[in-house]
Write a protein of this length. Sequence first.
Length: 155
Amino acid sequence: MAKRPRPDPKRQALREQGVLHPRAHTVSDGLFHQYDFFDPRDLLQVKYEMLRRVEADRQSVTSAAAAFGLSRPSFYEARAAWQREGLAGLLPKKRGPRAGYKLTPEVIAFLERERAADLSASPVSLALEVEERFGVRVHPRSIERALQGPEKKRR
């Protein structure tokens, strides 16, 4: 019976950190094939080397992007992030909304007042009141979390 290949811990770590290059096989730059230090699967390293190739070695954006398996827009995004934040700018950003956009401070203040006035008010009834007053539909569970306070925040 054939043995199952052992999982690669570095590949797993890169995936968990969000820096696993989805098209590592398209990296054709010589350094990434000559030296073990350069890993085409490490998107952070690939982006940095692509930027360095254009800035220090004066390679064209088009050829550098192609050699590192990335697009020209990816180059320009990476360069802007690098100029704004340095190396940390090349790290992936958390996707999705950064904060609730329906539960504004005004809505939360309203919810807190309503809850203080009537401790038996359910999240469902509060959701209906928010929709009626602010024209915004909010899930009752979101209201529960908002009223729990900062001590119960998720990680």
